[in-house]
Design a protein around this ligand. Structure first.
Ligand code: NDP
Ligand code: MG
Length: 389
């Protein structure tokens, strides 16, 4: 019998978003057919997922990994390698979940859209770095982006009644909420001696290491401003950030008549993931359901832009346009990696990105070649700063 269930490719299956997506799929076995997965280092976990979901296509990073994994899963499973492999897997399913971390997720975003698929997008870095290129391939018939990032998923839902006109003229502004991270309220002096273990402790969400560090510097929110602008076609000067430490209001849309629409739930990424897989169908799981019989305290405050300059760096990159956002994201990846490897201190992460941006000379971004060149240049400069400390 032929299956009529939409097929799913889950790329970045072994990480935080990947694992939570598997949780959703486990509860919706009759609704979806997982046909492809990909990951990086965790080969045994990939093998276990393939066995549990009977997956016949797997993407790995290197040929050595392919040989090791083939021994674990047997000869009947098709194993593909590297960026080419990710490209192939991104075209083989109806719904493609991009849960890879960093610029490595670029082939997934571009190929899924080029092939006219639904892209359930967690990997913000690819959209931010390649925004003008993504805008082009997004017009392919059948292609659509459903944002998994909780703030953008909230905005997607709050825009449901807004006419699909370029720039959303009925919207005054998007209000992205931010938990404020583990160092909310800290002074510049306190921030000068942050321990790695503290930076890796997010107050409301449990996530992979890169985004957890980005949340501690507020670079994650800066990247999300760029992400919102690219996703919804709204210029960054109409995207504001509001600190909301409880992480219950996931974001808001203010319309020109003064109405503000918000989406609320307890923090649980399975809710936006399920929304992106099923939309317009809503599954009956109730992940993140709020208990209104208990007192609910929701507070909102302005971000401290002086203590957390990453936010303004992101706005500045957006205003410069061209390859500026690609530089910002690439430099940030190198800086965060260096911090996680004990090469630089936490307080050096954002200044290092700012120093890299000082060398940016309004490079345009019209082709994939230009994107790769700019990404490589920003990484080389950032890396030079790390080892030249
Ligand atoms: P994790 O670090 O937990 O997971 C990253 C995934 O990417 C892992 O499966 C990893 O494999 C895989 N991976 C890394 N490099 C490659 C590569 N070259 N090829 C294929 N797979 C690769 O990150 P998160 O799940 O936290 O984040 C994923 C993305 O989602 C990020 O862009 C993040 O910003 C975004 N996001 C995450 C949220 C969250 O709650 N976690 C919320 C909103 C957005 P392996 O582990 O096997 O090495
Ligand atoms: Mg987010």
């Amino acid at each position: 019998m032929l299956s009529t269930r939409p097929s799913v490719a889950l790329l970045g299956a072994t990480g935080s978003i990947g694992t939570q997506t598997l949780d959703v799929l486990r509860r919706e076995l009759d609704s979806f057919d997982l046909v492809a997965i990909a990951g990086g280092q965790r080969l045994a976990q990939l093998a276990a997922i393939a066995k549990e979901f009977d997956v016949s296509n797997i993407g790995v990073v290197s040929n050595d990994d392919r040989v090791s994994l083939q021994a674990m899963v047997g000869p009947s499973v098709n194993i593909v390698v590297g960026a080419e492999g990710l490209t192939e897997l991104s075209m083989c399913a109806d719904v493609v979940v991009n849960a890879v971390v960093g610029f490595a997720g670029l082939p997934v975003t571009l190929s899924a859209l080029q092939a006219g698929k639904r892209l359930a997008l967690a990997n913000k870095e690819s959209l931010i770095a390649a925004a003008p290129l993504v805008a082009k391939v997004r017009t392919t018939g059948g292609a659509e982006i459903l944002p998994i990032d909780s703030e953008h998923c909230a905005i997607h839902q709050c825009l449901a009644g807004s006419p699909d006109e370029p720039g959303h003229p009925d919207v005054r502004r998007l209000l992205l909420t931010a938990s404020g991270g583990p160092f909310r309220g800290w002074t510049k002096h306190q921030l000068s001696s942050v321990a790695k273990s503290d930076a890796l402790k997010h107050p409301t969400w449990s996530m992979g290491p890169k985004i957890t560090i980005d949340s501690s510097t507020l670079m994650n929110k800066g990247l999300e401003v760029l992400e919102a602008s690219a996703l919804f076609g709204i210029e960054v000067d109409r995207v504001d950030v509001v600190v909301h430490p409880q992480s219950i209001v996931h974001s808001m849309v203010e319309y020109v008549d003064g109405s503000v629409l918000a989406q609320l739930s307890e923090p649980d990424m399975r809710l936006p993931i399920a929304y992106c897989l099923g939309s317009p169908v809503r599954f009956n799981h109730g992940w993140g359901r709020l208990d209104f019989s208990q007192a609910l305290h929701l507070t909102f405050e302005a971000p401290d832009r002086e203590a957390f300059p990453a936010l303004d760096l992101a706005y500045a990159a957006a205003r410069r346009g061209g390859a500026a956002a690609a530089w910002l994201s690439a430099a940030n990846e190198i800086a965060v990696d260096a911090f996680l490897n004990d090469q630089i201190s936490w307080s050096r992460i954002v200044p290092l990105v700012a120093d890299v941006m000082d060398g940016f000379d309004d490079e345009p971004l019209t082709s994939l070649e230009e994107l790769f060149e700019n990404d490589a240049t920003a990484r080389r400069i950032a890396h030079g700063m790390v080892i030249g400390q």
